[in-house]
Design a protein around this ligand. Structure first.
Ligand code: ADP
Ligand code: MG
Length: 137
């Protein structure tokens, strides 16, 4: 069984669609191993998105991620990393397939509703960033 990290971003939390998004994971056979609502500090957000620090959108991304609470979730299941990425859809909601989370809930490439780990290795790092071992089931 593989694990991955999902973040429901501030735009989707503000739209009150947390339950609808978590339901999509469960409907696809992924289990919620851990979940919590938190507000990231600027330091947290910069560290989490460090790989993007030289990209032109980095500062806007950090400001957006701290603009309101997020819901961080550990998902578990067969091929959880790729399954979650499929459920999310493309980064730009305009390019996301109909029926994906971003197609249905995101407004723009900046406010795109969800984050999902992009590899098994990154998933491990991202899960450890937010959760202690005893919090994950
Ligand atoms: P993903 O979230 O699909 O893995 P990336 O890891 O490439 O996408 O980018 C991280 C986040 O940075 C995206 O989810 C999006 O919020 C933001 N982002 C990416 N590309 C752009 C862009 N060209 N303009 C504005 N924001 C962007
Ligand atoms: Mg990414």
């Amino acid at each position: 069984m593989e694990k991955t990290l999902s973040i429901i971003k501030p735009d989707a939390v503000a739209k009150n669609v947390v339950g609808k998004i978590l339901n999509r994971f469960e409907e696809a056979g992924l289990k919620i191993s851990a979940t919590k609502k938190i507000r990231l500090s600027k330091i947290d957000a910069k560290k989490f998105y460090e790989v993007h620090k030289d990209r032109p959108f980095f500062n806007d991304l950090v400001d957006f991620m701290v603009s309101g609470p997020v819901v961080v979730t550990v998902l578990e299941g067969e091929n959880a990393v790729s399954k979650n990425r499929e459920l999310m859809g493309e980064t730009d909601p305009k390019e996301a397939k109909p029926g994906t989370i971003r197609a249905d809930f995101a407004d723009s490439i900046d406010a795109n509703a969800v984050h999902g780990s992009d590899s098994y290795e990154n998933a491990k790092t991202e899960i450890n960033f937010f959760f202690a071992t005893k919090e994950i089931f």
